[in-house]
Write a protein that binds this ligand. Structure first.
Ligand SMILES: NC(=O)c1ccc[n+]([C@@H]2O[C@H](COP(=O)([O-])OP(=O)(O)OC[C@H]3O[C@@H](n4cnc5c(N)ncnc54)[C@H](O)[C@@H]3O)[C@@H](O)[C@H]2O)c1
Length: 273
């Protein structure tokens, strides 16, 4: 058990990536505080972990509301006595470009992705500093934060900003023994999230268009296979654990080679250009 007796706050615990990370941390012994603006995502994640022998609470919280964020950190301490790990994962998708997006939409999306990570890092790390036992923060990026993606301006800009938020917070908090790293997922195989939703007691319908939508992602990824949320869960365990004791301010890409790919190379066309 790499995270025995640790307490982890995970934001955005849908049955997809946040749920996969929460279950991964719980499997290594961490108590989980599942935070989501959608109450069902907070409660169902916590209920599943409790039902499988772990320890968890679900907290309904909008990551952009500072009073709610403070209350969520207080709820973690009330339930489990401390906070050791924070995973800033909450986000939403709104695929619009700079011409089409309104300023209100820009402010809302950057507010959730960057502002939510700012608020949770601030208040969870204040608690970690008061405890004087160090800690680990993991910010969830996206391959869209490393590249210029058309028609996804607020998302890709926020995710890129989160990379340098990670480095800057890492430098600020290094003296307090708090390590701050990021984890970059990429287009994710959707089937594990359907299986997780079903395990959480939900009725799942797999959209007929899904295979068509996923086809370009599957064919252009170097490994010719997309990661699943539990792949990110294992990487988050590593970053949160003492195995990563000397790692701070870095980004761990769990992207099946997506960012390393030379732009002109077609992975289906053989080893060379
Ligand atoms: N799905 C992908 O292919 C993919 C790829 C790369 C990166 N990511 C990143 O992984 C993370 C999770 O993505 P996902 O696909 O699981 O998304 P998702 O939509 O399934 O889950 C996001 C969760 O965040 C919650 N949330 C949104 N706004 C919130 C707010 N204001 N306060 C609290 N909770 C809020 C939602 O309710 C939801 O439960 C995100 O950071 C996303 O950018 C996803």
């Amino acid at each position: 058990m790499k995270l025995k007796d640790r307490v982890a706050i995970v934001t955005g615990t849908s049955p997809n990536i946040g749920g996969g990370i929460a279950e991964g941390l719980a499997a290594e012994g961490a108590a989980i505080v599942a935070v989501d603006a959608n109450s069902a995502n907070a409660k169902d994640c916590a209920a599943y972990i409790n039902g499988s022998g772990g320890r968890a609470v679900g907290v309904t919280c909008d990551v952009t509301d500072e009073a709610q964020v403070k209350a969520a950190v207080a709820a973690a301490i009330a339930a489990f006595g401390k906070v050791d790990i924070l995973v800033n994962n909450a986000a939403f998708f709104n695929k619009k470009g700079v011409i089409d997006m309104s300023f209100e939409e820009w402010n809302r999306q950057t507010g959730v992705i960057l502002g939510g990570a700012f608020l949770f890092t601030k208040h969870a790390c204040k608690a970690m500093i008061a405890q004087a036992m160090g800690g680990a923060v993991i910010n969830i990026i996206s391959t869209a934060g490393h590249q210029g993606e058309p028609g996804n301006i607020a998302y890709s800009t926020s995710k890129c900003g989160l990379l340098n938020f990670t480095r800057s917070a890492a430098m600020e908090l290094v003296g307090s023994g708090i390590r701050v790293n990021s984890l970059t997922p990429t287009a994710t195989d959707p089937d594990e999230s359907f299986e997780r939703a079903a395990r959480w007691g939900r009725t799942v319908r797999r959209p007929e268009s899904l295979d068509r939508v996923m086809k370009p992602f599957r064919s252009r990824i170097p490994m010719q296979k997309l990661p699943v949320p539990s792949d990110y869960g294992r990487a988050a365990v590593f970053l949160a654990s003492d195995d990563a004791a000397m790692i701070t301010g870095t980004d761990l890409r769990v992207d099946a080679g997506a960012i390393a790919r030379y732009w002109a190379w077609d992975p289906t066309a053989g080893a060379a250009l």
